[in-house]
Write a protein that binds this ligand. Structure first.
Ligand code: SAM
Length: 229
């Protein structure tokens, strides 16, 4: 009996160590993968969703646009179009892009079913041409876009019309959450968006749109581009 218990304990410890190692490898990979690698991984994820994410539009986005007049909107790393289609159905003129072909295929189907038109392209957030003063709204919903880079945030700012709005929600980069380019550090967003007017900023444990709605450390931001700089 004692030998059995010893063996069982050994197996248990090995499983925990292996699980931890696999989790660490996965976190490391997510932090260092190239857009081409993400494309393959997300193609796989969208083909085998297993209920990992919601198809409802992001709640912060819904609350924010409730009081905005429709205009041109850009959905960065749009995934399978839940937010883009929602915006289009409220009269917004929506462009979205993503690296995953499968995401875009599903976004097209979702738009057709909803009877709306959206413009989509297969692009990376690093290379997309954001233009200047084009957008009334830019959506970064769990987007893989390099927001910790102040130069990238300036590109977003320049691409917005004066008075244009950014809606951001993503996990906060933290030991339990792993890492990807889209995750800000704790309390980093107000600094990155310091030359915007910040209408809303929250950091809290809350049910997320990914990971099956499990509670996670989330950062939310609604910021408005000032009319003069
Ligand atoms: C967590 S999902 C979020 C999707 C969508 N924004 C939403 O909220 O449902 C992240 C998305 O980023 C895309 N992605 C990953 N790397 C990217 C990159 N470098 N440029 C653009 N999209 C990227 C993935 O294909 C995936 O659709």
């Amino acid at each position: 009996m004692r030998r059995f218990l010893k063996r069982a304990a050994l197996v248990l410890v090995s499983l925990v160590v292996l699980g931890f190692a696999a989790g660490s490898c996965l976190s490391w990979w997510f932090a260092h993968a190239t857009p081409g690698q993400y494309r393959h991984v997300f193609n796989f994820i969208y083909r085998h969703p297993a209920g990992a994410f919601t198809h409802e539009p992001n709640r912060l986005l819904v609350e924010t646009v409730a009081t905005l007049p429709p205009g041109r909107a850009l959905d960065i790393a749009m995934g399978e179009g839940r937010n883009a289609v929602y915006l289009a159905s409220r009269g917004w003129d929506v462009t979205g892009f993503d690296v995953s072909d499968e995401a875009l295929r599903q976004a097209n189907v979702r738009a057709m079913k909803a009877g709306v038109k959206i413009r989509i392209s297969r692009e990376g957030s690093e290379t997309f041409d954001y233009g200047r003063e084009l957008w009334a709204l830019i959506v970064l919903s769990y987007a893989f876009a390099p927001v910790r880079d102040a130069a990238y945030v300036r590109r977003i700012r320049d691409a917005l019309k004066p008075g244009g709005v950014v809606v951001f929600e993503h996990y906060i980069r933290s030991p339990g959450m792993g890492d990807n380019v889209g995750m800000p550090d704790r309390e980093q967003l107000p600094r990155l968006f310091s030359d915007f007017e910040i209408r809303r900023h929250e950091e809290m444990e809350a049910p997320s749109d990914w990971q099956g709605g499990r509670k996670a450390p989330l950062a939310r931001l609604v910021a408005v581009k000032r009319t003069a700089y």
